[in-house]
Each structure stands twice: as C-alpha cells, then as structure tokens.
Design a protein around this ligand. Sequence first.
Ligand SMILES: Nc1nc(=O)c2c([nH]1)NC[C@@H]1CN(c3ccc(C(=O)N[C@@H](CCC(=O)O)C(=O)O)cc3)CN21
Ligand SMILES: CC(C)C(=O)C(=O)O
Ligand SMILES: [Mg+2]
Length: 294
Amino acid sequence: MSVSSFRETTPAKVTFPALSEKKRNRQPIAALTAYDYSTARIADEAGIDLVLVGDSLAMVVLGYDTTLPVTVDEMLHHTRAVRRAVKRAVLVADMPFGSYHMSIDTAVENAVRFIKEAGAEAVKIEGGANRAALVQRLTEAEIPVVGHLGLTPQSVHHMGGYKVQGKTAAAADDLLEDALALEAAGAVAIVLEGIPREAASHITARLDVPTIGIGAGPDCDGQILVFHDLVNLSFAKPAKFVRQYGDAAGLFRTAIEGYVRDVETRTFPSDAESYHLSKEAASALEQSNGRRKA
Ligand SMILES: Nc1nc(=O)c2c([nH]1)NC[C@@H]1CN(c3ccc(C(=O)N[C@@H](CCC(=O)O)C(=O)O)cc3)CN21
Ligand SMILES: CC(C)C(=O)C(=O)O
Ligand SMILES: [Mg+2]
C-alpha cells in the first residue's frame, strides 16, 4: 500500500487550525461531550471533530443539581479516561468552577494539569472580556483556550437560573464585544450557549475563529450537545435545543429488566454459559463427595 492511499483511508487528526479552516470553507463542525472511555471511543469513531469533557458531568454523570461542585481532580480523572479513547477528534477539557477564579497564576497551574496530567489539547473557560487577560496568559503558556459565552452554567446564581441570554439588541452587542475580546486574547474557538439565533449569527459572522453553538441556532460554525441529551440518558426535561437521536435509557432499562427476570426465574445463566470440569475431574469430585458423606 502506498503512502498516499494510506492517507486516503486514515482520517486526519483534527487540530484547531483545521477547525478554523473548516470555518473558512463553510464546513460545519460536529462536537459532543464525553466523560468515559466507551462513549468517547464511539464518538471519535463516529466522526465527531471535537470531544469536550464538560463540567456538565457534575449533573449527567455525578447527579448534582448544578455544575458547580465538580472538582479539578474529578475532571482530570474523566479526562484521562476520554484521552485513552480519542484518537482523531480534538480533545478539550472544561475548567470547573473555582479553578480559574482565584488568580491568573492558579488558573494557569490548573490548566497545565489538564494538558500535562490528562492529555487535553485545550481547556475551556466560561466568561467574556472579564477573562481576556487570563485567556492571553494561557495562550502565552502554549495552552489553547476555548471560550464560552451566553448561558454560562457556572453563573447560574448570577443569572437566577438557566435563562437564555443576549435577548436584547444591547445584550447581543455586549456578547459580540465579549467574543471579540476573547478572540483578540487568543481564544481558538468560542462556545455560544443559550442565546437567540440572531445574536449567534451576528457574532459568528464577525469572528475568524469558529463558534460552536448549543441552543444558539443553526448559523454557528459548529454544534455541540451533551452526550446524555443526544441519547436520552439525562433524566432532566430536555431543553428546547435538544434533539434525541436514540433512547439509551429505554435500551438500558429493557436490558436490565430482562436480566433481573432471567436471574429470578433461574434462566440465566444457562449450562452453556457455565464452565465445566473434565469428565475425569467431575467423577473424582463425585467420589470425594461420597467419602465425605461416609
Ligand atoms: N443535560 C444537560 N444538558 C445541557 O445542555 C445543560 C445541562 N444539562 N446543564 C447545564 C446547562 C443548563 N442548560 C440549559 C437549561 C435550560 C435552558 C432553557 O431552555 N431555559 C428556558 C427556561 C428557563 C426557566 O425555566 O427559568 C429559557 O427560556 O431560558 C437552556 C439551557 C444547558 N446545560
Ligand atoms: C455543553 C458544553 C458546552 C459544556 O460546557 C458542558 O457540557 O459542560
Ligand atoms: Mg461546561
């Protein structure tokens, strides 16, 4: 096999320059969250461009009410599992609440851990112009940064709930200013969450770096969803922007109910699903049983 035919059959590793190139070529970017080896492996093999280990794992994997309690160590643990699976997609880790809010120095220290100890290729932080200095410092430290604007779940108490943001012309313009500040500071991509389609479209047209939308309409350069929402495994009432592409909860429930039934009726395991002694060993065991009884 020649080198060139090898290249044709092996999907290229996705990089941030390649995602910017996709934007220039108007090719949509498909992104998804993942939190463990098996689902990350399926996402990578299915052609996802960007895998995010989201702090949403606090809610969908760990069962918390908000994203706020998840720690750096917990995020690192999941990022390492996802790292072992992801070969092609670009791998981004969410910096959790509190890990970049104390000082720029501790933020850089925490971000270095995601790159060095967990193998992430970029970190994501929530916030706009107020985070531009941090984005610049991380970028100077050779850590690519993905920004995140709009409905930023770590600001749930400030927002008074998970409310769509940027709903007036002035608020949409503020979001554009934030996006431009992040881009100028070196952000390699920006997630736009929970904002009107028109606001996201306006921002996307003004940026060189790709926008990745979730609840931000179809005019973003890419889309991202929470894995558990995509496959119906999140238990929460799905938001307006969620499209369910499968029913994992139903699949798992049916499978587990079947297993319980078969154990209770002693139809699992069958003889064929069991290991056996050799004939000789079985009869020797039989004799030893006889001796014990005698
Ligand atoms: N499973 C899951 N998927 C997500 O996409 C997600 C989470 N969890 N947790 C963190 C945030 C919260 N998300 C949300 C939640 C609600 C709306 C929403 O539609 N809000 C409505 C109603 C608000 C209200 O009832 O007060 C709105 O119109 O703003 C949007 C994004 C997105 N994120
Ligand atoms: C939904 C994405 C953008 C996210 O931040 C998360 O899953 O934590
Ligand atoms: Mg997040």
